[in-house]
Design a protein around this ligand. Sequence first.
Ligand code: FDA
Length: 392
Amino acid sequence: MDFDAIILGAGGAGLLAAATAGQAGARVLMIDHADRPGKKILISGGGRCNFTNTGTVPERFLSENPHFAKSALSRYTQWDFLSLVESHGIAWHEKTLGQLFCDGSARQIVAMLLDECRKGEVEVRLSTPIGEIGHSDGRFQLAGARAPALVIATGGPSIPKMGATGVAYDLARRFGLKVVPPRPALVPLTLGQDEVMFRELSGVACPVRARVRDVSFEEAALFTHRGLSGPAILQVSSYWRPGDEVSLRLLPDAAGRLKAARRDMPRAHLKAALAQHLPARLAEAMAGRIGLAKELGNLADTEIDAAASTLEALTFRPTGTEGYAKAEVTAGGIDTDDLSSKTMEARRVPGLYAIGEAVDVTGWLGGYNFQWAWSSGVAAGRAIAERLAQGG
Ligand code: FDA
């Protein structure tokens, strides 16, 4: 069976690439080993799919080449995807920090993408393994089909129990593309047995500024029985490398606040002052850690300043992450050096494309990863259509 393009992976990136190429006249076959398309879309955003972020800018993506994502993101923007959502009558809302969610269900996004694929007469084959791939005379052959274009859209290995695999990297290497070592990202961090205080706080959440290296995020952190989670921690986890220290600012302007407490409640102890700003269990744990047994009125400025510096930079060294089983995305992936940023085509293998999470581009938490899937998918879909128009 001859096609103009075969797309491997019916996730967000593959679906929009297929629809874009198909609607421009390309005969597209899409293959996925899962029994239904867009499984990660369905579970995303707590079932409501945080489908994009109004604040999408290239600086909110990690890659060995921080410039790579610029072209695709500017040629198919968050506003373009929002127009598509609106054209399907899908109601949406902004939650916080520019994050856009469906009012109803993530199923609407999958239905929309499938509808777009239908308009493009895309043939979707589910429960189909990729199998052996042949490549000769400028054509790719697999699963009894043949095409001059092959798109790797099989994502990364995060959440293997949903069928996620690292097949993208095997395919890339098979065609001579480099792979930036993949690692779990947007993932909870784990702590060693010695961090007793953190474990005792399991279940406590509070707003923090979390910092690793020179990157920081102000969002909530959640203490867990294994370490730390919550949006602020997931964000810094993408930048964290083994051995790095993480620091948490639990209380901004801690010195000012403690001095005000010393003036207003001199007979009270540190725990009571902290409890005005922090959850009770955290206030107690931090007072214990700081260890000032005196009444506030008896504390010297130097003692308050020392306590404040702990509250403004509680540092710890994670032992690791909770791994791919809990990682929302995979950082690293197919090396952007080997891809065109405009078309996502492999520089040295005409007709081979890679898009979405399979590529070494990883967004922040908050809809950025889907926007990358959409933008890179459309870039490849358009390029396939242009190739066809030029008779290639
Ligand atoms: P994706 O992984 O979606 O699709 C890859 C497809 O390839 C899958 O259909 C898979 O079955 C198929 N495949 C894999 N291996 C194969 C093989 N060997 N053979 C055949 N087919 C194979 N992002 C965001 O922006 N907003 C959000 O709200 C969320 N929420 C969220 C929640 C959870 C729990 C997770 C795990 C992830 C998110 N994300 C997110 C991240 C987002 O889901 C992710 O970045 C995109 O789905 C990536 O889209 P892709 O199409 O690149 O890969």
